[in-house]
Design a binder for this molecule. Structure first.
Ligand SMILES: *Cc1c(COP(=O)(O)O)cnc(C)c1O
Length: 427
């Protein structure tokens, strides 16, 4: 029945039903281990005959409550929470890619993901081809190799804010017989559900909108349970796992094979486990996610429209604006709103950018997005300052670029703050 609920109801009531005298909200099980009475029950846990909690590195009831709710909201079959978004991306890929294998990824990526794909995965023998997501299907096909094991992309690229053409990426991954893995951090399941659009696995940096209040770093992998791992390319899921007495994941766990393997192999061995306290905060954050995403989106659109007519602004990049190259895709895939992040160009370049940032009063200068509180960043003088101007431009950061992560304050107060800072920037 819960699967049939609208996402607003799932967010509030989706995962936890207390019995009489139990706490109304899921408790924080701040415990490393769980007690059992018999050696036999314990043995079942080790043999994966039972998935009851045993040790918090593998699973924990508070983390489980968060996993269950996000899986439901994304329309997936199960989820695995991780200690950061980066860990979620790394596990999602390593779970099905070994040395000698290959990933196709959209080039429009979060900086940390780009670095993981360009530097760290290749050191482990997994090579990544970056493709321009605007290319035609024909062009994209050329990146395919017999050893390709997945396709990766972001729903809304960070920081380019291009919206993914799901139809094209769905066709590409289906043709190649590999899963489509989507980073849905900026859209959240409220604005877009990639699993309904052909994706097979969704990852999030829970640090951003899921938490929503700037309190905890975390991530999550959601399994759509909708990919056929027995197509011959994924022996790690279909052939015996020696570390579990020859268990075959697809045989034992059917459409949960991928996510169970990620938990009992990668989480067991690499251990990027979320703290129960943080899982509590993510679960709590999900409760208000739909409300917040409505406000983030309507505020960002109001700010974008205001900026677009301002004489001190040379360009505005927000997929909810008619002038944006992704506007049609945003209308198609993000009908409820285009989320809270936008970028714009300030007249006067780098110096004006610094002045703008320093004159914002309500909007805080922090390296963060997806917070209830609005944030501003001038990448050329901060996150990208070590790069030359040519390198900055190649990575999509022009000297005049300002990034705003619009919060859930009143839009009139945000616009007044921006107005004041824009004026100060031009003097
Ligand atoms: C922040 C972010 C990440 C990385 O998440 P962390 O929680 O910081 O490790 C991945 N993808 C996107 C789109 C992000 O914005």
């Amino acid at each position: 029945m819960k699967d049939q609920w609208r996402i607003e109801t799932q967010a509030v009531q989706g995962n936890y039903e207390p019995k009489p005298t139990e706490p109304r909200t899921p408790a924080i099980h701040q415990s490393t281990t769980f007690k059992y009475d018999s050696a036999e029950h314990m043995a079942k846990l080790f043999d994966l005959e039972s998935l009851d909690p045993m040790y918090t590195r593998i699973s924990n009831p508070t983390t489980g409550a968060f996993e269950e709710k996000i899986a439901m909201m994304e329309g997936g079959v199960a989820a695995l929470a991780t200690s950061s978004g980066q860990a979620a991306t790394a596990f999602a890929i390593l779970n099905i890619c070994q040395a000698g294998q290959h990933v196709i990824s959209a080039s429009t990526l979060y900086g940390g993901t780009y670095s993981l794909f360009a530097n760290t995965l290749p050191k482990l023998g997994v090579n990544v081809s970056f493709v321009n997501p605007e290319s035609s299907l024909e062009e994209l096909r050329k990146a395919f190799r017999p050893e390709t094991r997945c396709v990766f992309a972001e729903t809304i690229g960070n920081p380019g804010l291009n919206v993914l053409d799901f139809e094209k990426f769905d066709a590409l991954s289906k043709e190649m017989g590999v899963p489509l893995i989507i980073d849905n951090t900026f859209a959240t399941p409220y604005l877009c559900r990639p699993l309904d659009l052909g994706a097979n696995v969704v990852i999030h940096s829970a640090t951003k909108y899921i938490d929503g209040h700037g309190t905890a770093v975390g991530g999550v992998i959601v399994d759509g349970g909708n990919f056929d791992w027995t197509n011959g390319k994924y022996p790690e899921l279909t052939e015996p796992d020696a570390s579990y007495h020859g268990l075959r994941y697809t045989e034992k766990f059917a459409n949960l094979a991928y996510i169970v393997k990620a938990r009992v192999q990668y989480m067991r061995d690499l251990g990027a486990t979320p703290a129960p306290q943080n899982s509590f905060l993510f679960n709590h954050g999900l409760t208000t996610l739909p409300l917040r995403m409505d406000r983030h989106s309507s505020n960002a659109l109001a700010v974008a429209e205001y900026l677009e007519q301002h004489p001190a602004v040379s360009w505005v990049n927000y997929p909810g604006l008619k002038s944006h190259p992704s506007y049609a895709l945003a209308q198609k895939y993000l009908p409820k709103g285009a989320s809270g992040v936008l970028t714009f160009g300030i007249k006067g370049g780098r110096d004006a950018g610094i002045k703008f940032m320093e004159n914002c009063q309500l909007i805080a200068l922090v390296v963060h997005v997806g917070d209830a509180r609005s944030c501003v960043l001038h990448p050329a003088s901060t996150t990208h300052r070590q790069l030359t101007e040519e390198q900055q431009i190649a990575s999509g950061v022009s000297p005049d670029l300002i990034r705003l992560s619009i919060g859930i304050e009143h839009s009139a107060d945000l616009i007044a703050d921006i107005e004041h800072a824009l004026q100060a920037s031009q003097n």
